[in-house]
Design a protein around this ligand. Structure first.
Ligand code: AKG
Length: 244
C-alpha cells in the first residue's frame, strides 16, 4: 500500500500539494485522445450545460459533467490510484462530485478570477477537493494556477458574481498576498495538484500558442452536506453566467 503521509501533511498544512508524474505518459496520451474524441463525436449531442465556451463563442473553455456523459472518465475517476489517495484527504468515504476540464486553449484561453471552490460546491464541512492533472505542459506563460498556501484555513470569504463564463463567482476583494509569495503550479504533463475547496487560487489568460489543458476530478467526503445559504448565493451568480 502506498504511504501518503507526506502528501497528507502538506495538504493539511498548505491546502495544496503537487504530485509529480501522477499519470504516466501513456495515460496522458490516452486521456488526450479520449478528450479529443469526446469533443468531436459526443459533445455536439450533449446538453448545453456539458460545456462552457470562451468569449470567441466557439472554442471550448470547460467540459462539465464528464462523470455523467463519459464511461471512460467515470471509470478513470473510480480507479484505485485516485480513490485511495483522495480517501486520505476528504476525512471519510470519497464520493465523486465531478469530472471536468479547464482547457485554457492557445491564444483565447480566459482568466480564472480569484476564488474558493466551495463558493460553487456549497458543502459543509468543507471536506472537498480537486485533483487537477496536467495534460499539457503548464507554464507561467500559458496560465499556471497560483495558490495562496494556508488560505484553506481562512474560512469562506465574501464573494461577488464575476461575470466570467465558467467561473461565475469570485472573491469580493482580491487578496493582498503578492504574486511573488503565491505558489505557482507549473507542471509537466502527468503531474498533478490537489487543492482544498477553500484554498484561494486564480489563473491568467493564455496568450501563447501552447494550449494548457487540465483534467479535474472533484471529490467530497460522504459526510458533507449542502449549505443552503451558500447555494442561494451561488445560484444568483450562476444565473448571470450559466452553466457554472
Ligand atoms: O484551471 C484553471 O485555471 C483553474 C482551475 C480551478 O479554478 C479549479 O480547479 O478550481
Amino acid at each position: 500500500m502506498t504511504n501518503y503521509t507526506q502528501i497528507v501533511d502538506n495538504y493539511q498544512r498548505d491546502g495544496v500539494v503537487k504530485l509529480s508524474a501522477f499519470f504516466s505518459e501513456q495515460l496522458v496520451t490516452e486521456v488526450r485522445a479520449e478528450l479529443e474524441r469526446y469533443m468531436r463525436d459526443d459533445l455536439p449531442s450533449k446538453p448545453a450545460d456539458a460545456r462552457s465556451l470562451e468569449p470567441d463563442g466557439k472554442t471550448v473553455r470547460n467540459l462539465w459533467r464528464l462523470e455523467l456523459h463519459s464511461d471512460y472518465f467515470r471509470e478513470l475517476a473510480a480507479s484505485e490510484r485516485i480513490t485511495s489517495l483522495v480517501g486520505e484527504l476528504v476525512g471519510g468515504e470519497p464520493v465523486l462530485a465531478a469530472v471536468e476540464t479547464f482547457n485554457k486553449p492557445a491564444r483565447v484561453g480566459s482568466a480564472v478570477p480569484y476564488h474558493q471552490d466551495n463558493a460553487y460546491f456549497c458543502r459543509t464541512p468543507p471536506d472537498m477537493l480537486t485533483l487537477w492533472v496536467a495534460i499539457d505542459p503548464v507554464t507561467t506563460e500559458n496560465g499556471a494556477i497560483y495558490f495562496i498556501k494556508g488560505s484553506h484555513k481562512f474560512g469562506l470569504l465574501p464573494t461577488k458574481p464575476s461575470g466570467v463564463t465558467g467561473n461565475s463567482i469570485g472573491l469580493a476583494e482580491p487578496p493582498t498576498v503578492p504574486r511573488s509569495e503565491q505558489f505557482c503550479a507549473t507542471l509537466e504533463p502527468g503531474d498533478a495538484t490537489i487543492h482544498h475547496c477553500e484554498a484561494i487560487h486564480h489563473s491568467d489568460p493564455n496568450r501563447t500558442d501552447q494550449s494548457r489543458l487540465g483534467l479535474l476530478f472533484v471529490f467530497r467526503g460522504a459526510h458533507t452536506k449542502v449549505d443552503e445559504e451558500l447555494r442561494t448565493v451561488y445560484s444568483a451568480a450562476q444565473t448571470a453566467t450559466p452553466p457554472a
